[in-house]
Write a protein that binds this ligand. Sequence first.
Ligand code: PLP
Length: 374
Amino acid sequence: MHTLFPILEQDTPYLNHAAVGPWPRVTAEAVQAFADENMRHGSANYFKWLEREQELREMLARLSGAPSADDIALLKNTTECISAVAWGLDWQPGDNVVLPAGEFPSNRLPWLAQSARGVTAREVDIRAAEDAEGALIDAMDSDTRLLTVSSVQWADGFRLDLERLGAACRERGVLFFVDAIQQLGALPIDVEACQADFLAADAHKWLLAPEGIAVFFCREEVRPRLQLLQQGWHMVDRFWDFDRTEWPVSKTALRFEAGTPNSTGQAALHASAGLLLEFGIDRVSAAILNNTDRLMTELPRIDGICLHSRTEPARRSGIVSFRHDSIAPATLYQGLKDRGISCALREGNVRVSPHFYQGERELSVFLESLAHIV
Ligand SMILES: Cc1ncc(COP(=O)(O)O)c(C=O)c1O
């Protein structure tokens, strides 16, 4: 693992994949090779870049369960994916969109902004509800056009039952958007099984690739319902063919990619996604949930530490958050940081998020450091 993940050479663990994931060696090497190629040959091998891009779409379709690589667009970030839907839909005044309260701003602000078009955002407190999915479903009525959720919540890792939500949406003719940034690359997800119409995720967290590239799944049947926000040369089939007078918009998800893509990001994500697929997402997920299990067992044994994340197996993910009953969260966080541990402070809790390639040693160093601080 140390060869594949040089970050493991550090004495102290990096437990912050829910923020930004470190690159595996193959990813850094792919970027270095692409830099070298650009430096020496410019775009002489452009058609090879296109082949890699197509392979990448296929890999992302496999990771997300998308029926076809044609359903995958490579956009810049989650906000751009969400905005393509929030601003692209033909809302009618009086429509509403349902979402959990406390969503990350990227999955909140674009929906709230639709108030300018007469759309109400219904924010549901899923943590106060005994049945989180039931509360979201109950909040839908005949004016609901779309339900949007982060499949794993950013601050505490609370995981939602996507299949139940998707089935309820389909039954009511409501569109279903999944922000999967805290799940894709960590836990299996299947847009077919959960009947999602849209899925979005950046590459820079659990997918272990750079910032600035994101996957956007858009179901074939709903694509024509979205008005396109940008127009450009790249959103047509065979966009490299400049000897044409007509530029008909592609029927595939390429229609969302108006201009020149992030080819460096593609080279990197191709390497990272390849590694995750090679390892197998089931093995990745088992290792992550094993880490979560250990954290959830051992953290409460440390004096004064209380878990904030929910412990029921169905709610677990790669994120565990906690606090201390008397030490301020910022002090706790700073104490860990001073000991070289990368984690995050989110909504008054310390958040740790180890990935599959970490385990026994990294968690022990973290738990021992924490025990020293309190
Ligand atoms: C649930 C969730 N959505 C979206 C984002 C990031 O959004 P964007 O890609 O637009 O920066 C994050 C980042 O932490 C997140 O946790």
